[in-house]
Design a protein around this ligand. Structure first.
Ligand code: FAD
Length: 485
């Protein structure tokens, strides 16, 4: 059977490894860290457990499709709970536990904003957008010609012009309602002003498709995937940084690890694509994508993180979104990728609300995420590491009845720290999802500059976010499988 090297054991690399090993390919996954997971890895501080990154599980179907592609049933592998409420929206004086039950949600929309009819009509169309999007997301885009396809043409009817902010302005009157349907662009590390309008489907996915919790969090899901990879005879080598992708006459031949060259039929790269160009490919293997070309691409914002072990049981729900008082000013400041604001928005993940694995009895584990400019901005994170923390705590004190005195242990992670882990420019949510960085204009799953080299992960098609990354793995694994059949 053919052998495949995978560079990186993040969600994308593990997903590709799971599918290919289930089909009998000899898979070797090389991970530079001492553990799997990448930006989604598990972290322990004393007896508290954290997920470094992902916590929102939406578009659960894509998780199921990944497991199905490996002959597995997601629901038999992990315990999944549909959340109700889906989250608390914390805006000025208002604390709204957004119902996970669609009928209760519609009633709340009428009571709070008086726009049930407009909202229902809008969401019906978003349901159609999601259905039209799916066949496009699982299809590779090798060139502009890939656009000539009935699914792409059908999806095109839902794309429209304009950004999320403008699209919502056409449909709704209440600014508060618009705000709660546009903050989801944060998941792309973008602002509503720059995100293409069709991404309003993200609010449909949350409100109607649901938000889920996987027991043990995303790191547990990745552990389950790793267990199956090994059961299928795949190998995962941690503490094994790939030093170079070996190429000959524009064809990938293998990888160099620990100074040793190893031959493979195909190489899949899960490491951040711009980092691959910068560090893993020789100059003579670069054609379309050189260092200066990838440098000119547009990258998402970054994330200033606090991982907190709290010595008392908090009454927060699993997910809380604190929205800035002046949300428009806040998103404009992020879009400029230039400065830090005191009136920041925050996302607070409190898994110990429902999952005892995350904190000792009577205590709480909190992950706090503040979207901040990436490392292109002129911000001295050595200085801001502590200064900004005080500001984040001030916002939490104001909005959440939070006291820093209750913290037993804390870890701060800044954009510079993300960059040091191999995330290009510390842009935690990958290459931006602007129209000219999507579909055939995003780095292709079958890499353009080198034959037998494939990409998975946030900076390739279809894009960032776990369900979407899993689709990149399905595409790349299928391309490899088709090649060898
Ligand atoms: C703070 C944060 C919160 C997020 N929240 C969510 C969320 O709630 N829901 C969601 O769906 N998504 C979320 N995301 C986005 C996304 O799902 C994750 O970032 C995800 O981990 C990205 O997966 P990936 O496979 O693209 O890359 P990564 O997770 O970055 O994995 C790449 C792997 O490659 C390894 N590697 C790199 N170079 C080499 C080398 N030379 N040799 C060997 N190994 C190498 C890295 O160490 C890493 O393990 C979040 C991201 C962050 C940072």
């Amino acid at each position: 059977m053919k052998n495949i090297a995978i560079v990186g054991a993040g969600p994308g690399g593990l997903a590709a490894g799971l599918i290919l090993s289930s089909k009998g390919y000899q898979v070797d996954i090389y991970e530079k860290d001492d553990r799997i997971g990448g930006r989604s890895k598990r972290l322990y501080l004393k007896d508290y457990m954290f997920s470094m990154g992902p916590s929102f599980v939406v578009y659960i179907d894509a998780y199921k499709w990944l497991f199905e592609a490996a002959g597995l049933d997601l629901e038999k592998e992990v315990n999944i709970t549909r959340l109700d409420p889906i989250y608390q929206l914390n805006k000025k004086e208002d604390r709204w536990n957004v119902p996970g039950n669609p009928e209760a949600l519609l009633q709340d929309i009428e009571t709070k904003f008086g726009e049930r009819e407009a909202y229902e009509k809008f969401m019906k169309r978003e349901a159609k957008t999601v259905a039209a999007m799916h066949p496009v997301m699982v299809k590779p885009f090798h060139s502009r010609l890939s656009l000539i396809n009935k699914h792409v043409v059908h999806f095109g009817r839902f794309v429209g012009f304009g950004n999320v902010e403008r699209k919502l302005a056409k449909h709704f009157k209440s600014q508060s309602l618009k705000d709660i349907m546009q903050f989801q662009t944060k998941y792309l590390g973008m602002t509503p002003q720059e995100t293409p309008g069709f991404f309003t489907m993200l609010s449909y996915l949350e409100h109607f498709d649901g938000i889920y919790h996987i027991e043990g969090g995303v790191p547990h899901l990745l552990d389950v995937m790793a267990t199956h990879i090994k059961r299928f005879s795949g190998k995962i080598h941690v503490d094994s940084p790939v030093e170079k992708i070996l190429t000959h006459n524009g064809v990938a031949k293998g990888v160099r690890v620990g100074g040793k060259d190893m031959e493979y039929d195909d190489v899949i790269v899960n490491a951040d694509m711009p980092k691959m160009v910068e560090t893993l490919l020789d100059k003579d293997a670069q054609n379309k994508y050189t260092k200066s070309v990838v440098d000119r691409k547009k990258y998402s914002v970054s994330a200033y993180m606090l991982y907190l072990g709290v010595k008392k049981k908090l009454d927060y729900p699993m997910h809380t979104l604190v929205l800035s008082d002046d949300y428009a000013a806040y998103t404009e400041s992020l879009k400029a990728n230039a400065e830090l604001t005191d009136d920041m928005s925050l996302y607070i993940y409190h898994p110990s609300a429902l999952d005892a694995k995350f904190a000792p009895d009577g205590q709480s584990s909190l992950m706090v995420l503040a979207p901040v400019p990436n490392t292109d901005a002129d911000i001295d994170w050595d200085k801001q590491k502590t200064l900004y923390k005080t500001k984040v705590y001030d916002q939490m004190k104001k909005r959440l009845n939070f006291s820093p005195d209750d913290i037993e242990i804390e870890k701060v992670f800044t954009p510079s720290d993300w960059e040091a882990t191999g995330v290009y420019k510390g842009a935690t949510f990958a290459m931006k999802h602007t129209m000219n960085q999507l579909l055939h204009k995003r780095p292709h799953n079958r890499y353009e500059d080198v034959k037998n080299l494939y990409l998975v992960g946030g900076s390739t098609h279809p894009g960032s976010g776990l369900p979407i990354i899993f689709e990149s793995a399905i595409i790349s694994a299928n391309l490899i499988d088709q090649r060898h059949r």
